[in-house]
Design a binder for this molecule. Structure first.
Ligand SMILES: *Cc1c(COP(=O)(O)O)cnc(C)c1O
Length: 241
């Protein structure tokens, strides 16, 4: 077994134990493998071990990798799902709309409108999450919790986007209880929007919380999708968002 395959097994075990501890069904949380800074060969190894969903932060790096995996193993590449989990500038929306399946980082209506307009007609609607800044910090990406509902309702009206939920990247904190507390804020915003519901919110079912260091706390707080990079692929060799 490759290192990546065995790391994937370990992460799956952690997720399963966290589900059990939280009284949630095993398999109620999806694993997004964050492959930023790693090559197409690493994605291929994870895909051969059964992983299907991959996350990328940098648009150009992600696009190059998608093409490279395609060239390596076209039949396998066709089964993969690509999630954009990094910030998106206006001049990159066309590429994202054409090459990704999901976007987790919607925090401005203007970007969402461009993605909807530019989503190619031949593709399924782009699946999107609103990014919420749950722990303050004016310089951070994400809408403040109090603005998430209004943005969600506006995004829900866009024809070529399917609003799927919320995502958050809180600053790392030490200790399970503190991690739970910060993720609970994301969960509360999610529950509040789900309770309002309405047109375009029929598939509001995804809470993208948790990374390698805090996935247990995120699952305890209700995450349905954890984004794990170093826990699968190892330590990144250059600093990356
Ligand atoms: C890099 C990154 C991750 C993965 O982080 P790890 O700590 O390596 O698991 C998850 N989410 C986002 C948005 C990231 O940028």
């Amino acid at each position: 077994m490759t290192t990546i395959a065995s790391q994937l097994q370990l992460v799956a075990q952690r997720m399963e134990r966290a589900c059990t501890a939280a009284g949630r069904p095993a398999g109620s949380v999806q694993l997004l493998a964050v492959s930023k800074t790693f090559g197409a060969d690493a994605v291929q190894a994870a895909a051969q071990a059964g992983q299907r969903a991959f996350g990328e932060n940098y648009i150009q790096e992600g696009m190059d990798k998608i093409a490279a995996v395609q060239a390596l193993e076209p039949a396998l590449a066709a089964q993969l799902q690509w999630h954009c989990i990094g910030p998106i500038q206006s001049n990159k929306t066309r590429l994202v709309a054409a090459h990704f399946d999901w976007v987790h980082t919607i925090d401005r209506l203007k970007i969402a409108q461009r993605l909807s307009e530019q989503r190619p007609a031949a593709l399924a609607p782009l699946q999107v999450c609103i990014q919420v800044n749950v722990d303050g910090g004016a310089s951070k990406s994400g809408v403040p919790p109090g603005e998430a509902l209004a943005l969600a309702q506006a995004v829900a009206q866009l024809p070529r986007l399917q609003l799927r939920g919320l995502m958050s990247i809180p600053d790392p904190v030490a200790g399970f209880a503190a991690q739970c507390a910060v993720h609970q804020r994301g969960r509360a915003v999610f529950d509040a929007i789900a309770a309002v519901g309405g047109p375009g919110l029929e598939r509001f079912d995804t809470l993208s919380l948790g990374m390698t260091g805090d996935l247990e706390a995120a699952i305890a707080a209700g995450s349905t999708l954890v984004r794990v990079g170093s826990g699968i692929f190892g330590v990144r060799s250059y600093a990356a968002g």
